[in-house]
Design a protein around this ligand. Structure first.
Ligand code: BES
Ligand code: MN
Length: 444
């Protein structure tokens, strides 16, 4: 790998392009400008398209008739680096240790999208052109639900007409093991707030005579699951399509040991999930209800004998085919209303949502991707679904009418969204080869 690749990658990583926090908005914009300039430097036409939120970078080569058009999608925004004290080195000052680059965004998604850019660069340098027509759409709002990208796709539907989309924002099942993901879970968010007394009260004077909102919320949240890890919201599973036999078979044969890897990576004392399903089935093919955060009452040092006035929790549900996010949120709201403890009021606000995605890894694009992965890694591709969500992928189908190839480069221990996020240079290099192989295979 060339020396200046690392320097450029570091420059990309130094932008704190945190999309969720308005105080970084300038940095997000500077990062977009940097990406766009890089794409111009390698010989593409590129522009930064403003949106009501963060801008979208849109670049392309000269399109020629008679060859396929490939849309490469990625994101330059990142998750917040917090909690900062858990990082071994500052999140926006990339460092290389034992072949791994540490920084927020090193994997998700800067490292992955940058390897595609370098792949394009090398091909253009070698052949003065790419083997296919290419559009790159690199957005700045993926980590906050891609609120403005759908409209961008609709507004530019004709200009973005393409044959297939390429996304490197998913995982590899193991080092040096190419992976084609053919499914993603969807996600739907709901915030609940339980309110009792009008102010925090003395728990000695009032405790026992009025409902404690923290207790009420705990009871309410506990109704989400039964003892076996099944979601207990009536109707929740009605639209769930069971896993196909070929998937269950082929997942069982994957060259990984999901349970022990998961134990090691998470540090949890044991695994737990919906009874009757394997770990991979639980994360790739079953829906979940998760509490992402909750708060109530006194959280400072020592004690405070208080009866809190309210309690809140942030929830998300991961969805699988054929569940509908709005319908699921409605079911949960009804369920909570029905199970409301007395003496408190309940407010529920639904948040962002994004659909699941499932495609056929054996169609002609999937086959091309599998050939390319084999070429780039010298190994057959593993075919998997993913537990994470990339909401815009279902819009590529709905708005542009095309399927998406998910050929990500993230490893289990890359720490995406966590402290000490990292990306092996080995994967940056593999990504460069993979980009070239995929475009060649898609060119036919
Ligand atoms: N790259 C991830 C999605 C992902 C993670 C795919 C793991 C496959 C495996 C993406 O950046 C992400 O984190 N998405 C969010 C979406 C949400 C904010 C709407 C997610 O999955 O939580
Ligand atoms: Mn991502």
């Amino acid at each position: 790998m060339r020396d200046n690749y690392l320097e450029e990658y570091y420059s990309f990583l130094r932008f704190p392009s945190v999309s969720t926090d308005a105080k970084f908005a300038d940095k997000v914009r500077e990062c977009a400008a940097w990406v766009s300039q890089k794409l111009e430097k390698i010989g593409l036409e590129s522009k930064v398209v403003p949106t009501p939120g963060h801008p979208i970078v849109w670049a392309r080569n000269k399109h020629r008739n008679g060859r396929p058009t490939v849309l490469i999608y990625g994101h330059y925004d990142v998750q917040p680096p917090d909690p900062l004290e858990l990082w071994d080195s500052p999140p926006f000052e990339p460092v290389l240790k034992n072949g791994y680059v540490f920084a927020r965004g090193a994997t998700d998604n800067k490292g992955q999208i940058f390897s595609h850019i370098l792949g394009l660069q090398e091909t253009i340098e070698k052949n003065r052109d790419l083997p296919v027509n290419v559009d790159l759409v690199i957005e700045g709002e993926e980590e906050v639900g891609s609120q403005n990208l759908g409209k961008f796709l609709t507004d530019n539907r004709d200009a973005l007409k393409c044959d297939v989309v390429l996304v490197s924002d998913t995982g590899m099942i193991a080092r040096k093991t190419p992976t084609l993901s053919y499914g993603l879970r969807g996600v739907a968010a709901l915030e609940v707030k339980v309110t009792g007394p009008k102010i925090d009260l003395h728990s000695g004077i009032f405790g026992g005579a009025v409902t404690n909102p923290a207790t009420a919320l705990a009871r309410l949240l506990a109704t989400l699951h039964d003892q076996n890890g099944h979601i207990a919201v009536p109707g929740f599973y009605d639209d769930v399509v069971p896993l196909q036999d070929w998937e269950r078979e082929s997942w069982r044969k994957l060259p990984i040991d999901p349970d022990s890897e998961m134990l090691e990576e998470t540090g949890a004392p044991s695994l737990f999930g919906e009874a009757g399903f394997s770990t991979l089935e639980r994360i790739w093919a079953r829906p979940t209800a998760e509490i992402n955060g909750m708060g109530s009452g006194y959280q400072g040092p020592g004690t405070k004998t208080v009866l809190p006035s309210h309690a809140m929790a942030k929830l998300t549900f991961r969805l699988v085919p054929n569940q509908n996010g709005d319908a699921i949120i409605d079911l949960v709201k009804k369920h909570f209303q029905k199970n409301m403890p007395t003496g408190v009021t309940l407010e529920m606000t639904s948040g962002h949502s994004g659909p699941w995605y499932l495609t056929d890894p054996h169609n002609k694009f999937g086959q091309a991707a599998q050939r390319a992965l084999k070429k780039a890694f010298n190994k057959d591709a593993a075919l998997i679904r993913e537990g994470g969500s990339i909401p815009i992928v279902s819009d590529f189908r709905k708005i542009l009418g095309v399927e998406t190839l998910l050929i990500g480069l993230a490893l289990q221990d890359c720490r995406a969204h966590s402290p000490n996020e990292n990306f092996p240079l080995e994967n940056l290099e593999a990504g460069i080869r993979m980009n070239q192989a995929v475009l060649e295979e898609l060119a036919g």
